[in-house]
Design a binder for this molecule. Structure first.
Ligand code: FEO
Length: 409
């Protein structure tokens, strides 16, 4: 069931997006129990009509029904594609069948990707540089190159008269919208957990591109871009906390940390896990708190999300067939893919008959750019009192070192 009602942002601007609560893993990777919205906006100017971004093909019909309540799809003049990922574009081939005269507005890289994804090359206005605008009559769209938000082809669209920035993926959140609302002012943001959903989205989609988030925010400031409304393509539209939202993403992308240590671990029979209480004690002694994640029980993205605001990572790994425990190895691979580093780190773990995993894990983390604290702590079998003492010391040493960094508040 869904509501096929479009939502109004202002008299001439409508949300014609959709909520998706059926997809278990976004990009086939990230669990999204909170759902996700694909936001698309229809702008009716005095002379021309433009659609900003589209939706996933599996929601095309719902999307088209919403548009049809505002205008004949055939009469849409422009489709602005800020980003080519199929969650925003895979409904477009069907849209083009209904509106073959529509002009696509996108960057050269987006044009190239579009041809390769969908095998068609529609009539287009290709955006280069930061000076191009498009008049809808009484409304003007200004296009700004914001590459790598989230792919290399991305741009942002500023509606000058209404001071709305359509920023596609950037500043979004993994969160379906509550029934019938889109604007922050109509949503209980705390109850809906929007900050946490946005942090999870940042960890999984944007951490690898964080330097580009910085560049985009700096560019908006340098251009003195007037932003009263921030309209991303996932999650709520920000109307009251635009500055706070930009600041939050600025802090996440710069690496501004709290006094926390993330501990991720695997544990086959509970021996590696027995060190957690001791490690937590050491972290507490250093004035911080531990966020721990058993990788056999939780999704890795939950640990990555916590790591966004943490200056330290401690990894616990049993040795498995002479190797790093596979769940831990997968997590390290995600750290590599999503470019998490610039933090303090340490490793511990139990073994039964060989103990290579802690050394191998430490070596991989160091290669990623983590600053290793102390030596890896391999533990033969069940941790004895002296092992637990060493684990506590390791927790304390990592926390003290990490908390002395000047970007820890
Ligand atoms: Fe929402 Fe990068 O797509």
């Amino acid at each position: 069931m869904y509501s096929n009602q479009p939502l109004q942002l202002s008299p001439d601007i409508f949300w014609v997006g959709v909520n998706d609560t059926e997809t278990p893993l976004f990009e086939g990777l990230w669990n999204i129990p909170e759902g996700v919205s694909y936001n698309s906006y229809l702008i009716k100017g005095s002379e021309k009509t433009a659609l900003i971004d589209s939706v996933h093909e599996k929601k095309a019909q719902e999307h088209f029904e919403k548009i049809s309540q505002i205008t004949d799809i055939f009469k849409i003049d422009y489709l602005i594609i800020n980003h080519m990922e199929p969650d925003h574009t895979s409904a477009i081939p069907a849209l083009l069948q209904k509106a073959p005269n529509i002009k696509i507005v996108y960057t050269p890289i987006a044009q190239s990707i579009f041809k390769k994804f969908y095998g068609i090359d529609p009539q287009a206005i290709v955006i280069k540089g930061d000076d191009m605008t498009l008049s809808l009559g009484n409304k003007t769209l200004h296009f700004i190159q914001t590459p790598w938000l989230h792919w290399p082809e991305t741009m942002s669209t500023h509606l000058q008269e209404d001071k709305i920035l359509f920023c596609c993926d950037a500043f979004g959140a993994f969160k379906k919208l509550p029934q019938g609302v889109i604007m922050e002012s109509d949503i209980d943001m705390e109850k809906q957990n929007i900050c946490e959903c946005s942090q999870k989205y940042f960890a999984s989609i944007f951490n690898a591109q964080r330097e580009w988030v910085q560049k985009a925010i700096e560019k908006f400031e340098k251009m003195n871009l007037q932003i009263d409304v921030l309209a991303p393509s996932h999650g709520p539209v920000y109307t009251q906390s635009v500055k706070e939202t930009l600041s939050r993403w600025d802090a996440w992308s710069k690496g501004t940390y709290k006094k926390t240590v993330v501990v991720v671990y695997g544990s086959m029979y509970g021996m590696t896990a027995k060190c957690l209480t001791a490690i937590a004690g050491g972290i507490t002694e250093a004035g911080g708190t531990m966020n721990s994640f058993n990788l056999s029980e939780v999704y890795s993205v939950d640990a990555l999300t916590a790591l966004v605001e943490s200056p330290a990572l401690i990894v616990g790994t049993p040795t498995y067939e002479h190797e790093i425990f596979p769940k831990v190895a997968d997590f390290i691979n995600l750290l590599r893919t999503k470019k998490f580093s610039n933090r303090c780190a340490a490793v511990f773990g139990s073994f039964g008959w060989s103990g290579e995993a802690t050394r191998k894990t430490a070596s991989e983390l160091a290669a990623l750019g983590f600053e290793m604290v102390g030596e890896p702590l391999p533990i033969y079998g069940n941790p004895a009192d002296n092992d637990l003492q060493k684990a506590r010391q390791l927790g304390k040493a990592v926390a003290e070192k990490a908390f002395s960094m000047n970007n820890v508040k």
